[in-house]
Design a protein around this ligand. Structure first.
Ligand code: NAD
Ligand code: WQD
Length: 338
């Protein structure tokens, strides 16, 4: 029995492949390497000592998906493949709608053709509407997304829910991730964004390793304890384990199920900077700049449904996230290229 992991060469996908292999699953990856390197999968095999069946393929290529489903006894699918940069989605909305929606639709069509009926989908806290009170639960309001990327995740959730409603025997888990950071403790795989990092932790680690001059802290006048933005950061290894829990959950739960994957705790930008410096004994020069348009002051999860129903909760703390991020970045200053 194999699990198909689309986008499995990427940041979260590669970490999830490690946990799936460690849990005894066979893993098949379809990834077009548009934002990743095949080296990540070689490192996954190095970490686990187990093989990954890799297909360099666009998930929108129906014939390629048919080939993969015909060659492997795939029972479940985890769908990571997609574009995820908020700013890029504002500049290139059609590229995001084309890729994120078409890949999800094409994957669901292929799953139906091949009678594979269990799908875990990479959703995001970004589907929650601005204006919700914190913490966010799965019943908090969604929609009114503030950028095309968020809309693609919202629309993919709706598409998958309609497929589940129309096709008995098709079930899905929609996993709404908060802020995944960190890297596998081996330092062999980690976050390797192309270009200038959009997200906080890779910017911190690239600044610490000397690739960036200084971190811009986007505003210190928010209504938060130290004035900087507060988010729910979770270790990517904890997040990856949440996918194994979701795969197991779908073994005996029909229908569609939504889960927040977060810690339930908020951390400010400056708290993250100070923790990173403290545990790694490395300076992170920064400058306070203007707010980033669209940013909220505080976002964090109520993860109690995942804790209860997936029997999943985060085990790694902020120091682990900072230590493992630095271990990856300092061992791979230029990411997989290095
Ligand atoms: P990533 O860019 O590292 O991984 C995505 C992978 O998908 C890449 O390897 C890319 O090459 C591949 N891909 C993209 N389009 C494809 C296509 N059409 N066909 C085949 N492969 C394709 O991103 P990530 O951080 O690992 O995120 C994985 C998923 O989780 C994404 O869907 C993202 O939207 C979602 N997510 C990420 C975060 C985060 O903060 N990283 C938070 C919430 C949700
Ligand atoms: C975190 C905090 C920034 C960078 C985004 C997407 C979301 C999801 C996760 C895909 C904020 C501050 C950041 C920097 C900073 N991705 N910051 N300087 O915005 O919570 O969520 O990534 O699904 O969809 O919206 O994460 O890491 O960009 O920002 O001060 O150089 O760090 O203002 O308070 P965010 P982030």
């Amino acid at each position: 029995m194999a699990v198909l992991v689309t986008g499995g060469a990427g940041y979260i996908g590669s970490h999830t492949c490690v946990e799936l292999l460690n849990a005894g699953y066979d893993v098949v990856v379809a990834d077009n390497l548009s934002n990743s390197s095949e080296v990540s999968l070689q490192r996954v095999e190095q970490i686990t000592g187990k093989p990954v069946a890799f297909y360099r393929a666009d998930v929108r290529d129906a014939s390629k998906l048919d080939e993969i489903f015909e060659r492997h006894d795939i029972r479940q699918v985890i769908h990571f493949a997609g574009f995820k940069a908020v700013g890029e989605s504002v500049a290139k909305p059609l590229m995001y709608y084309r890729n994120n929606l078409d890949s999800t639709i094409g994957l669901c069509e292929a799953m139906l053709r091949h009678k594979v009926g269990e799908l875990v989908f990479s959703s995001s806290a970004t589907v929650y509407s601005p204006g919700n009170t914190m913490p966010l639960s799965e019943t908090s309001s969604t929609g009114n997304c503030t950028h095309p990327y968020g809309w693609t995740k919202f629309m993919c959730e709706e598409i998958i829910m309609d497929v589940v409603r129309a096709h008995k025997g098709f079930s899905a888990a929609l996993l709404r991730y908060f802020n995944p950071v960190g890297a596998h403790p081996s330092g062999l795989i980690g976050e390797d964004p192309s270009g200038i990092p959009n997200n906080l932790m890779p910017f911190i680690s690239q600044t610490a390793v000397g690739r960036r001059k200084e971190l811009s802290v986007f505003g210190d006048d928010y209504d938060t304890p130290d004035g900087t933005g507060v988010r729910d950061y979770l270790h990517v290894v904890d997040l990856a384990k949440g996918h194994v829990s979701a795969i197991r959950y779908l073994d005996d739960h029909d229908g569609v199920h939504i889960f927040n994957l977060g810690t339930g705790r908020g951390t400010s930008v400056l708290e993250m900077v100070r923790t990173f410096e403290k545990v790694n004994h490395v300076p992170v020069p920064y400058r306070i700049t203007d707010r980033r348009p669209g940013d909220l002051a505080t976002v964090y999860a109520d993860p109690s449904k995942s804790n209860r129903e997936l029997h999943w909760k985060t085990e790694l703390d902020l120091e682990d996230m900072c230590c493992d991020s630095w271990n990856w970045q300092s061992s791979n200053p230029n990411g997989y290229e290095s």
